[in-house]
Ligand binder design. Structure first.
Ligand SMILES: C[S@@+](CC[C@H](N)C(=O)[O-])C[C@H]1O[C@@H](n2cnc3c(N)ncnc32)[C@H](O)[C@@H]1O
Length: 344
C-alpha cells in the first residue's frame, strides 16, 4: 500500500474483474437473468451523469476532479478525524487541515447553487488536549463564502470513559449552504410533539391545538445512538455513522432525484440513506475492505435484508415506558452490485 499524506491508495484494489462484468453481459444477452429482478437503475464506477449510483473505488480527489461544477445538491460526509483510526495515518494537525482544505474546495466547486454541505466531525485529541475540528474547519468554509445554517450537536450515549476529563458524548455537523436560496423541507423530518394535545388557552385561537399536528422541528440537538457493538447497523468499519442521522439530512435538504455526494463513504451509509429515499448517490472510498462492506450493505438493501434502526424509535429511557419499535428493513430498487471492481 502506498500513501500520499492521509490519502491512502489500495494498490490493486480495483481487482480486474472485467471477465466478471463480461459474464454478466453475456448472461443478460442469453436471458439467463430473471428479468423480473432487473432494475433500470444504473450503477457506475466512474462519474456518469446518467447513472443512479456512482461508487468510486479510490481517492475522492480523483472522483471530485471528474465532477462538473454546480452538480451535487447535498454533500454529507464524515472525513477522517486524524485520530489514528486504522484507515488513517495520524498527521500533524496543520498538514491534516491543508488536506481537508483541498477536499473542501473541490466540494464547494461541485456543489449546486441551492445546495448544502454537511461536515460531520468530532475532536482531534493531542496529548490529552481536545481540538474540536468543527471550530478549526469553520473558517475554511466561511472563507469560501458558505453560509452556516446550523451547528448541529449529535449527542449519543456510548463511548470511551475518560478519567482525566468528562467523557465525550457528542459530535458536530456543520450545515452550510452555498447561497440564501436553498432547499429545506421541514415536514418530512418533524418529530412528535412533547405535548401533542396542548391548546391555546386564550386569544382568538383559544381551544385550538397550539402545535403543528405534523410534529415539531427536530431542533439542532439530535439524540441518536452511535453505531457501537450492539447497534443493528454495526459492520467491521470502525467509524460508521447511523443511517437515521443521514436520512434526516437527506430528507430535509434534497428532493427526490437529487444527487448526494460523500467523498469518504466508509461503509456506505450515505449511499444507503440516499438510495432508500429515491435520491442518487455519488460516493468514494479508498479502502478495499470498506468498499466491500459498502457493496455488501447495498446488496442487502436490494434484497430487502438490510436492517436499520428506525428514525421513529425513541432513545432508551431507563426510568420510563420504552415502546419497542423494531428495526426497519431497507429495500432499494437496484440490480445486484458486483462484489469485484465496478471500474470498467
Ligand atoms: C470517518 S470514515 C467514514 C465513515 C462513514 N461515514 C460510514 O458511515 O461508514 C472516513 C473514511 O474515509 C476513507 N478515506 C480516507 N481517505 C480517503 C480518500 N482520499 N478518498 C476516499 N476515501 C478516503 C477512509 O478509508 C474511511 O473509511
Amino acid at each position: 500500500m502506498r500513501e500520499r499524506g492521509y490519502f491512502r491508495f489500495g494498490g490493486n484494489q480495483g481487482d480486474n474483474l472485467i471477465g466478471f462484468s463480461f459474464a454478466i453481459i453475456i448472461a443478460r444477452k442469453n436471458g439467463l437473468y430473471n428479468n423480473s429482478k432487473m432494475s433500470n437503475k444504473r450503477l457506475s464506477g466512474y462519474f456518469d451523469e446518467k447513472a443512479d449510483c456512482i461508487l468510486y473505488e479510490g481517492d475522492c480527489l480523483e472522483l471530485l476532479s471528474s465532477i462538473p461544477d454546480d452538480f451535487a445538491k447535498l454533500i454529507i460526509t464524515s472525513p477522517p478525524y486524524n485520530i489514528g483510526k486504522e484507515y488513517e495515518k495520524r498527521l500533524d494537525i496543520d498538514v491534516y487541515i491543508e488536506q481537508q482544505i483541498t477536499v473542501i474546495k473541490e466540494c464547494y466547486r461541485v456543489l449546486s447553487e441551492n445546495g448544502s454541505i454537511c461536515w460531520q466531525v468530532g475532536n482531534y485529541v493531542d496529548n490529552g488536549e481536545i481540538i474540536p475540528l468543527d471550530i478549526v474547519l469553520y473558517p475554511v468554509f466561511a472563507d469560501l463564502g458558505l453560509h452556516l445554517r446550523n451547528r448541529i450537536i449529535w449527542h449519543f450515549g456510548h463511548g470511551l470513559h475518560a478519567s482525566k476529563r468528562f467523557s465525550g458524548r457528542y459530535e458536530v455537523i456543520l450545515w452550510f449552504t452555498k447561497s440564501d436560496e436553498y432547499i429545506f423541507n421541514l415536514n418530512p423530518v418533524r418529530v412528535p410533539q412533547k405535548y401533542p394535545e396542548k391548546k391555546y388557552f386564550k386569544g382568538p385561537k383559544k381551544g385550538e391545538l397550539s402545535g403543528n399536528p405534523l410534529g415539531k422541528n427536530p431542533s439542532d440537538i439530535w439524540e441518536i445512538p452511535n453505531v457501537k457493538a450492539n447497534h443493528v447497523e454495526k459492520t467491521d468499519h470502525p467509524c460508521q455513522f447511523p443511517v437515521e442521522l443521514v436520512e434526516r439530512l437527506v430528507l430535509a435538504l434534497t428532493n427526490e432525484g437529487d444527487w448526494v455526494l460523500d467523498p469518504f463513504v466508509g461503509s456506505g451509509t450515505v449511499a444507503i440513506a440516499t438510495l432508500m429515499h429515491k435520491r442518487k448517490a455519488l460516493v468514494a472510498e479508498i479502502e478495499k475492505a470498506y468498499i466491500g462492506i459498502t457493496k455488501e450493505r447495498l446488496n442487502q438493501a436490494i434484497t430487502g435484508d438490510l436492517r436499520i434502526r428506525p428514525l421513529e424509535r425513541s432513545i432508551y429511557n431507563p426510568d420510563g415506558n420504552n415502546e419497542y419499535v423494531p428495526p426497519k428493513s431497507v429495500k432499494i430498487d437496484f440490480e445486484e452490485i458486483p462484489k469485484g471492481s465496478i471500474k470498467e
